[in-house]
Write a protein that binds this ligand. Structure first.
Ligand SMILES: [Zn+2]
Length: 695
């Protein structure tokens, strides 16, 4: 095909020759994406066609390695595009995303449903020994075969055609779902008018609220937005019960406001199509299909874990609710505790019980120091160092880049941190990759991005994080390390390309180092005086973190249970997902004063793409691993124990998907994980659970 005029001078299609081979964002404009996607798709189709047309008998090299090499340009263009679509979107990019999502899904399915290609892969199966493959090559062959089978490659043509249509439609639904949530978030801003609206709110919050108002074109005002980093502190500190209710209701109703951005029909169709896809593939439900390729293996195993936590969590939450109701009564309040009251009174109770004032704590957690702390832990565990560089043009002035230097002094990755909330950014926090590590054709160094939504501080002021936000920073940095330390040959096995219920292990494990005295003593310093965090405060933190765990576990497990039950249905039909959610919550005895962490109409983990569908439990599944895994460091008597850190790097952070996740964990820990570690970590274990525990 002739190169089209649009291809000439398209920075997406030229070699990226700047520092680190990073995308030349300064030159990339929205109109470059469609032609670049089109050209990249043509290139990939040609590469796949030549694998299929190869007259030679299938070999590992001419089939699997060739598949691994195919589609480099598409990967590059897609990585640049989805980084922008998530972190700095606009109407033009949103329109492209709606168009391109189903096209990419169709292309992926076209490859995995290609009969001749599947036949070549199948021919290699069972011949691993005669092919003399090393363990990693055998694994990549197995993963490719699994991908073909799970896409439906072995099915009759009419079933394959239906699967392809379903995949395309689901991709479009997923893109629309996320955009609807973003639209509802953009549409809301509560203006705080005068001192009466600001009672109880800390200075740092008010400064961020002023910033947010300015960004929305209402300078001189202060606004609460529907970003979690605005909503949560507002609910925790605002003494205005009426305003808390207003903000909470808007937050809860995202995606469920009727009109053009309502997600009701999207959820229903998504659930139906997912069930149909699973049935075509021979599974009794979508959840059974998804978990078959996860560490948990079956929905029942995941549910067993969720239910094991639910009862003690709910009992604990009920005790917490009674205590909060007592606080309300003691203040002369004559109302029943509601969801918009919970965080406000929980904060008061936590302060009374632990003597810790969240505002006092925040003063010791400036963003810069927490970034430095996250880097330092990586230095002590894995010998990494970080050098900030300003010669790389990124997609937004807020984004910053660091060269990551390995033990031997050589660069191993580029890390990009993009920390502040803005209207063009999706809510939440995540890690994504602009280039995955692999060494099929020489070492390709990873470029990894962490995106957060911290509220920006006022001019000239330090951005102070809540303890939760500092946890988020460490969490996402744990994912980033999983991408940056990756040391595999094949792209399919790189970095975070592991089972969904294993992928949160490196990120959640990393959070443990945040609140260790070894970290806080060095990095948690008062943003004005430079004084270290008082030892008494450091000592009280573990108790403070366990305070309110009933609430935290209930809001999480409830969301995970709804996700799993919804996707466990074999035939959802014309389901009203919101009504289903209400029934499911009633059935488990959801406490009236707690809302689930994500209600279905804005539950992006499960509806904005497939990533965590029938998979929200993954965080808890991984938490069993991180709780049990960190105990290994505690048992060693040194949270930076070099031998353990070396095993952690080798079998987890550097290993990508090279091994089955259970085997990877065993290689690191020396045994299988022990589920009670999770209850101990959350302070939900009964006395028996705690008895054989050293303090
Ligand atoms: Zn995560």
């Amino acid at each position: 095909m002739d190169p089209r005029p649009a291809d000439a001078g398209n920075p997406l299609l030229e070699p990226w020759t700047g520092p680190f081979g990073a995308p030349p964002f300064a030159r990339i404009r929205p109109e470059h994406f469609r032609p670049a996607f089109d050209a990249a798709l043509i290139e990939k189709r040609a590469e796949i066609a030549s694998i299929v047309a190869n007259p030679e008998a299938p070999t590992f090299d001419n089939t699997i390695v060739a598949l691994e090499r195919a589609g480099k340009t598409l990967e590059r263009v897609g990585a640049a595009f989805f980084a922008l679509a998530g972190a700095d979107s606009n109407d033009a990019l949103e329109e492209i995303e709606r168009d391109i999502a189903p096209i990419l899904a169709r292309e992926r399915d076209a490859i995995l449903l290609d009969e001749a290609l599947f036949a070549r892969v199948e021919a290699l199966r069972g011949t691993e020994a005669s092919l003399a493959l090393d363990a990693e090559a055998a694994r990549v062959l197995d993963r490719w075969r699994t991908a073909f089978v799970r896409a439906g490659a072995g099915l009759a043509p009419e079933k394959k055609a239906r699967l392809a249509a379903i995949g395309e439609r689901l991709a479009a639904l997923g893109a629309a779902f996320g955009q609807n949530v973003l639209a509802d978030e953009k549409a809301f801003a509560l203006i705080l008018d005068g001192p009466a609206d600001c009672v109880g709110l800390p200075e740092s919050f008010l400064a961020a609220a002023a910033r947010a108002a300015a960004e929305r074109g209402i300078p001189g005002k202060r606004t609460v937005t529907l970003s979690r980093s605005s909503v949560e502190p507002f609910l925790r500190f605002s003494a205005r019960r009426d305003l808390r209710e207003k903000v909470f209701s808007a937050f809860l109703s995202r995606g469920a406001n009727g009109g053009a951005h309502d997600n009701g029909a999207i959820m229903s169709e998504t659930a139906r199509l997912r069930a149909e896809r699973a049935a075509l593939l021979g599974f009794s439900s979508y959840a059974h299909f998804r978990l078959d390729d996860a560490m948990a293996k079956t929905p029942e195993a995941a549910l067993a874990l969720l239910k094991r936590i639910w009862a003690p969590a709910r009992a604990q939450a009920q005790r917490e609710a009674e205590a909060l109701q007592a606080t309300i009564a003691a203040e002369g309040g004559n109302f029943k505790l509601q969801p918009w009251d919970w965080r406000y009174y929980a904060e008061k109770r936590r302060k009374a019980l632990t003597g810790i004032d969240e505002r006092e704590l925040q003063a010791y957690l400036p963003l810069e120091a927490m970034i430095a702390a996250a880097f330092d832990v990586a230095c002590r565990l894995f010998g990494l160092s970080f050098v900030e560089r300003r010669d790389i043009g990124l997609y937004h002035a807020d984004a910053r880049a660091w060269t990551v230097v390995g033990r031997g002094g050589e660069p191993i990755a580029l890390f990009i941190g993009d920390y502040f909330a803005r209207p063009s950014k999706r809510s939440g926090a995540w890690m994504n990759s602009l280039r995955d590590q692999q060494k099929l054709d020489g070492q390709a160094l990873p470029i990894v991005v962490n995106v957060m939504n911290f509220a920006r501080a006022g001019e000239g002021e330090a951005c102070l994080l809540s303890l939760d936000e500092a946890h988020i920073l460490f969490h996402e940095f744990g994912h980033a390390l999983h991408g940056m330390l990756s040391d595999v040959t094949y792209p399919l096995l790189s970095g975070t390309n592991v089972a969904r219920d294993f992928v949160e292990f490196p990120s959640q494990l990393y959070e443990h180092w945040l609140t260790r005295p070894e970290t806080l003593r060095r990095f948690a310093r008062h943003h004005q005086t430079g004084e270290p965090m008082p030892e008494a405060l450091i000592a009280r933190l573990p108790a403070a973190q366990r305070c309110g765990q009933g609430f935290a576990a209930v809001e999480f497990v409830a969301a995970a249970l709804v996700d799993m039950e919804l996707h466990r249905q074999s035939d959802p039909g014309e389901i009203d997902v919101a009504a289903f959610e209400r029934r499911a919550l009633a059935a488990i005895g959801m406490p009236a004063a707690i809302a689930t962490r994500h209600s279905a109409p804005h539950f992006q983990h499960i509806f904005s793409g497939d990533d965590y569908s029938a998979g929200y439990y993954s965080y808890l599944w991984s938490e069993v691993l991180d709780a049990d895994g960190f105990e290994a460091f505690e048992e060693a008597g040194d949270v930076f124990d070099p031998a353990l850190a070396a095993r952690l790097e080798r079998f987890v952070y550097a290993a990508g998907g090279r091994r089955d996740p259970a085997a990877a964990y065993r290689a690191f820990r020396g045994r299988d994980p022990e589920p009670d570690a999770l209850l101990r970590k959350r302070g939900l274990a009964g006395e028996r659970g705690r008895a054989n525990r050293r303090s």
